[in-house]
Design a binder for this molecule. Structure first.
Ligand SMILES: Nc1ncnc2c1ncn2[C@@H]1O[C@H](COP(=O)(O)OP(=O)(O)OP(=O)(O)O)[C@@H](O)[C@H]1O
Length: 231
């Protein structure tokens, strides 16, 4: 059986430190790009290179060390906070965890990080879990960040705080953001608009708005929905 490819003719280059945003409707292919970048799925044709090196020539372990993935739902497993941050990497010292926690203003963490995370008990809010996942990301100091709808589950006040910390974490790192809310990626260096696995528009927010195409339509729709909610 011949399956149709999910992604077709997608091509982009992220310069060091740039932010690339992937936008598009459901099933347009945003997560698929992330999945092949992380090598959660293998891909057929095409090439993905990091600093000129084909990602299939690097071990999966090494590849995933280069990339910090921050997902919508931060997952905590049974154990203390420190082990949740370390993820079995014993080389990460308590001091390093403390510094990373301070960096993202997870200030209550240093005192608490030997306390247990008990699955299914609401010990930590979505915002706190997100902060713990930021600490986890920071201790590994990845050159590349992937943010998949990283702030979707938060209340407005927590979101403002998380966005502020994210901005700090992104500094100096090449970032790929999957965003549903276009207001959060207006400052991206490049925006790729995906539709049915293809890259149908590519540019900055201002360029895409002036093109009055698909992005413009999505932006207009979201802005009008937001203003209705405010009324
Ligand atoms: N493991 C898979 N095997 C085959 N097809 C898949 C697989 N995962 C996703 N797809 C298909 O690939 C296409 C793109 O899906 P993808 O999840 O990348 O979209 P998306 O833009 O991330 O959507 P959403 O906004 O809902 O997360 C869809 O048609 C989907 O059905």
């Amino acid at each position: 059986m011949l399956l149709a490819p999910v992604l077709k003719r997608i091509s982009f280059t992220a310069e060091p430190g740039q932010t690339i945003a992937l936008v598009g409707h459901t099933d347009s292919g945003k997560s698929s790009i992330i999945n092949i970048l992380m090598r959660f799925y293998e891909f057929g044709k095409g090439k993905i290179r990091i600093d000129g090196q084909d990602i299939r020539e690097i071990s999966i372990k090494e590849l995933r060390k280069k990339i910090g993935l921050v997902l919508q739902d931060s997952f905590l497993f049974y154990g203390d906070i420190a082990s949740n941050v370390r993820m079995f990497d014993k080389r990460i010292s308590d001091e390093k965890i403390k510094q990373a926690a301070e960096f993202v203003h997870a200030t209550e963490l240093p005192q608490k990080y030997h306390s247990q995370v008990i699955e299914r008990r609401a010990t930590y809010s979505a915002g706190q879990k997100q902060l713990i996942s930021f600490v986890r990301t920071i201790v590994n100091d990845p050159k590349i960040l992937i943010l998949d709808e990283a702030t979707a589950n938060l209340d407005t006040q927590t979101e403002v705080l998380i966005q502020k910390e994210l901005k700090k974490i992104r500094r100096g790192r090449t970032t790929i953001v999957v965003a549903h809310r276009l207001s959060t990626i207006k400052d991206a260096d490049q925006i790729l608009v995906l539709d049915n696995g293809q890259n149908v528009e590519h540019g900055t927010h201002a360029q895409l708005i002036s093109q009055e195409g698909k992005y413009f339509e999505m932006y207009r729709l979201q802005s009008s929905m937001n203003s209705k909610v405010m009324q």
